[in-house]
Design a protein around this ligand. Sequence first.
Ligand SMILES: [Fe+2]
Length: 193
Amino acid sequence: MSENKQSTRLHPTRIDIPAEARSQIIAVLNQTLAASLDLKTQTKQAHWNVKGKDFFQLHEMFDEIAGELEEFIDMFAERITALAGYAYGTARMAAANSILPEYPVDILEGMDHVTALADRFAPYAKHLREAIDKTDELGDADTADLYTEVSRTIDKRLWFLEAHLQVSEMKGENGSGNGGTATAKTPEKAGVR
Ligand SMILES: [Fe+2]
């Protein structure tokens, strides 16, 4: 997990979690907030721009996922403020602090959008899982529980995305079927699994 580029600002509070721990927890939460905002807008990008024979079901699924991310964004931002921290939540703040790569603009077909999103949901899921342990170690079971809840849903969404890709990946085919994907190699092709 890379370091947060934004300073942690603490307001006066009566909460019993020590300031030193809170400032580290808030830094992690702000990194998550940035990644979540980034991923939500990228998912909307897919919702708007997807083309092809699977247009309608993917258009709908991407919107449902973006809606979930919107709820998580509010939960993470309000956990920051509950800990008397400052939430960095504008588009520019998110872009400056996101751990995710920018969304490719040269893709159209459905499976290329699914692949691009799966390539981003996977590192986001990894970040959430690391944050469960980190916030737990810092003595904040409530934030760890929030991360656990979101992590479970994101793992499910990664499954939904990958379920579209796994048959062609197992056959060693390109997900788009047209050889035109601009996204990363599949895990199998990259020798990860
Ligand atoms: Fe829409």
